[in-house]
Design a binder for this molecule. Structure first.
Ligand SMILES: NC(=O)c1ccc[n+]([C@@H]2O[C@H](COP(=O)([O-])OP(=O)(O)OC[C@H]3O[C@@H](n4cnc5c(N)ncnc54)[C@H](OP(=O)(O)O)[C@@H]3O)[C@@H](O)[C@H]2O)c1
Length: 299
């Protein structure tokens, strides 16, 4: 069985990926503060900020591919904690890139739509990044470290993820669903756009990049719909039978946050759609599937 190293297996994406790939590959997964147990997956605590130990980790596992999802992924945390963000998101990535290159392992790095300033939207791979948040900067610098130090890589810039996770860090969809089921109002931004991506579709793409040995380079992956959180929340209400009136309009300028938010980071996914065989779910399709077992809204 081929061996795959997943960094951040206790995270939203890493956990979904490990659960999906564990029957096909021998999976080794790193976590830090949250020990997770996934049957059939070897998980262990490892601090990727401790660069000196990364080479030993990679040499011990000697994987066919490394999927690097671990990151400080909260933009507001990164805006306040520059050193931690740079140490993990950029320099940890650099060390992994060097090791992957030495071992001949394929490195798949999950980057973000936050590398763009969001002034235009519909960003393709040829568009120049111009991050406005520290998180976006550290992730973009991570991309540069990879191109500088590793020749066999996929950099996958993804849109905002939603779906079911391990429960460790509920994502925005799970939080909205919980609040809606309690009958609470859902204040959501109307003038900030994303191509929200169902986590299952991100997993689908990454598993094809692992299997497709010849596939490498930079790819964008967003969901098929460009939408605001307001529009997303209205669709969620429809999926669970809650009244759309629960969703309240908020403007981006009304929300105080440590990190600036790009107004339109929607991604153009034409390149990846040509390279892979993907069936991407619209928000409505994905929510109907995800909320199939959710109790119907009852006031
Ligand atoms: N979620 C999104 O909407 C989104 C959108 C675009 C791009 N991305 C990118 O996709 C990737 C996955 O995102 P996600 O939402 O799954 O992230 P997440 O849920 O926040 O998980 C982050 C993971 O990183 C681990 N980690 C944190 N600090 C670490 C350290 N010093 N050493 C080792 N591991 C450490 C965490 O471990 P513990 O929990 O055990 O501490 C956790 O497993 C990230 O690279 C992110 O930048 C995410």
């Amino acid at each position: 069985m081929e061996k795959i190293l997943i960094t951040g297996v206790s995270g939203f994406l890493g956990w979904n990926l490990a659960c999906r790939l564990k029957d096909q590959y021998r999976i080794y997964g790193t976590c830090l503060d949250h020990q997770v147990s996934i049957p059939g997956v070897e998980t262990f605590a490892f601090d990727l900020s401790d660069w000196a130990k990364i080479a030993r980790l990679c040499e011990t596992v000697d994987p066919t591919a490394i999927v690097h999802t671990a990151a400080y992924s909260n933009p507001d945390f990164c805006e306040i904690h520059h050193k931690e963000a740079l140490t993990l998101n950029t320099f940890g990535t650099r060390e992994l890139a060097k090791c992957a290159n030495r071992l001949g392992s394929k490195l798949i790095y999950t980057s973000t739509d936050f590398v763009f300033d969001g002034k235009r939207g519909d960003y393709g791979e040829a568009d120049d990044p111009a991050p406005i948040s520290y998180y976006g900067k550290t992730k973009f610098l991570g991309e540069l470290e990879i191109t500088n130090h590793c020749s066999y890589y996929v950099t996958l810039r993804i849109g905002t993820l939603y779906g079911r996770g391990s429960g460790i860090r509920p994502n925005f969809f799970e939080k909205l669903e919980q609040e809606a089921l309690l009958g609470k109002k859902l204040p959501c931004i109307v003038d900030q756009y994303r191509t929200f991506l169902c986590v299952e579709d991100a997993v689908q793409a990454i598993s094809q990049f692992i299997a497709g040995k010849a596939l490498k380079g930079l790819f964008h992956l967003g969901g098929p719909d460009r939408a605001s959180r307001f529009e997303f929340a209205e669709k969620l209400c429809a999926a669970i039978g809650a009244p759309a009136g629960l969703v309240e309009r908020v403007r981006l300028s009304d929300v105080a946050s440590a990190a600036p938010r790009p107004p339109d980071c929607s991604l153009n996914s034409n390149k990846i759609k040509k390279a892979l065989e993907l069936k991407l779910s619209s928000i409505t399709e994905a929510l109907d599937r995800l909320c199939g077992a959710t109790p119907r809204w009852a006031p």
